[in-house]
Design a protein around this ligand. Structure first.
Ligand code: PLP
Length: 461
């Protein structure tokens, strides 16, 4: 049976002459069409071998061909709808850029620009000069530099200040962030020698002091962004550490993780150390991400005392870790919003979504529910109070009160429904809880309600 069917499979050349395929050649690149024909044949062959189909027509293969061509034509990196309610979702691209940043990027990349050109002097300039002043102004630091991401920033700082020297770190701060950033591993690459002091839950000032030697390069403080140790704990404050650093003339470096630039406590969130505080406390070099709570593009921002930043700028590694013009344009526009706190909260999507009042989210949930009233009848919808997360390894304990639309179907299980929404042409990423689909309105835009309705309609009456 299977063998006979396999013999009936048409040759590639025959399919290429089919009117639908010839039509496809007119609107698509040749390579893509031929590839889709091959894939459609391969797909059919596989289905025959696996006993999934007992009969087929040429039209069936052509339909498969069209589906494959459509799929291959779409960009692989594309828009998804974040219905999971995690504001800084690392898997979904972290922070969204504010409009000002988007416009600035567009203007820069469509035109020539002064990336490495000093307009006043009519001579070669530095790509870092454009951004340094605004970072200094907002953070209060003496100097600044921007590299590819925070992992690169930490590596560069350690390599510059601590190559073949010892970096003293508390055992309670040897963290892993998101599976790929592990403090001990980053140190290995930077050629700094890790000296672990204290214990997991308690580290004292004398633990650092007793381990300072001739060969100490830095005292390193790492913000434990994504976990908290509770109970019998002891930590050395930034003030104590900087005093110790001064006494022995050893710089204190802090990886603060998320670049929080406004005091979020005054907006009802839990305390998260700000970049400005660390500067005030006298930390010599501070690194943080551009695309976490700062709400800008992916970047690693290094700030601190001029004598150290100057040294870091001269490191050959800086060239390998440098940022491009799109990042610089987006970061400058984002940082400008911070000159006025109200503007920052209004304009920067990450801050805006984190701080949206629950009542406003509830209204949005009601709007979505109303919109979905024309969805197929096997679906039912309920609005419920729930909690969303900040994400991005930031504020692990913070539960943001939110409202969700719970979706149930008499035809699909929650797991099936989650998969169908995820595989829709605009993927909708939801979360499952108690065998129900939750659509968290904190991170869903009104402009996307139509897409959600169409995704449900595509699942049939
Ligand atoms: C997120 C984080 C990093 C990694 O930053 P990337 O910008 O993702 O490279 C490093 N250290 C801490 C403490 C973090 O929270």
């Amino acid at each position: 049976m299977g063998k006979e069917l396999l013999r009936k499979l048409p040759k590639v050349d025959i399919l290429l002459q089919h009117s639908k395929v010839e039509e496809a050649f007119e609107n698509n690149s040749r390579v893509l069409v031929i590839e889709a024909v091959r894939e459609a044949l391969e797909d059919t062959r596989k289905n025959i071998l696996e006993g999934n189909i007992q009969e087929f027509t040429i039209e069936d293969i052509i339909n498969t061909f069209n589906d494959i061509l459509d799929k291959n034509n779409k960009p692989k990196l594309r828009k998804v709808i974040n219905a999971a309610g995690i504001v800084i979702h690392t898997n979904l691209g972290r922070s969204l850029l504010c409009d000002k940043a988007v416009n600035q990027v567009e203007d820069i990349i469509k035109n020539y620009n002064n990336l490495e050109y000093d307009i006043d002097k009519g001579a070669r300039g530095s790509r870092y000069s454009h951004i340094e002043d605004i970072i200094k102004e907002i953070t209060g630091a003496e100097a600044a530099l921007v590299v590819n991401n925070n992992a690169a920033a930490v590596m560069l700082v350690l390599n510059t200040l601590c190559e073949e020297k010892e970096a003293i770190v508390s055992r309670g701060q040897l963290v892993e962030i998101g599976g790929s950033f592990r403090v001990p591993e980053v140190m290995k690459f930077s050629k700094a020698k890790l000296v672990e002091v204290g214990t997991t839950n308690r580290t004292h000032l004398y633990d650092y002091e007793n381990n300072i030697t001739e060969n100490t390069g830095v005292l390193l403080k790492v913000h434990t962004s994504n976990f908290k140790i509770l109970g019998f704990t002891e930590d050395v404050s930034a003030e104590e550490l900087t005093k110790l650093g001064e006494k022995y003339d050893v710089p204190v470096v802090e990886d603060i993780g998320s670049g929080v630039l406004i005091n979020l406590q005054s907006y009802g969130l839990s305390y998260e150390p700000t970049v400005q505080e660390s500067v005030k406390k006298g930390i010599d070099v501070i690194t943080f991400s551009g695309d976490k709570m700062l709400g800008g593009p992916q970047a690693g921002i290094i700030i601190g005392k001029k004598k150290y930043i100057d040294k870091i700028k001269k490191n050959q590694l800086t060239r390998a870790l440098r940022v491009d013009k799109m990042t610089l344009a987006a970061l400058e526009a984002t940082l400008k919003c911070y000159l006025d706190e109200e503007t920052a909260i209004k304009e920067i999507p990450t801050l805006n979504m984190m701080l949206t009042p629950p009542e406003e989210i509830k209204k949005k949930a009601q709007l979505l529910k109303r919109k979905l009233s024309t969805a197929p009848k096997h679906f039912s919808f309920h609005i419920e109070e729930d909690y969303s997360m900040v994400g991005g390894g930031s504020m692990p304990e913070e539960k943001l009160k939110t409202y969700v639309v719970k979706v149930k179907s008499s035809k699909f299980s929650a797991k099936e429904l989650e998969g169908e929404l995820r595989n829709y042409e605009t993927p909708i990423i939801s979360r499952i809880s108690n065998d129900e689909i939750y659509l968290d309105l904190r991170t869903i835009f009104k402009e996307d309600f139509e897409i959600i309705l169409n995704a449900l309609k595509a699942l049939g009456e």
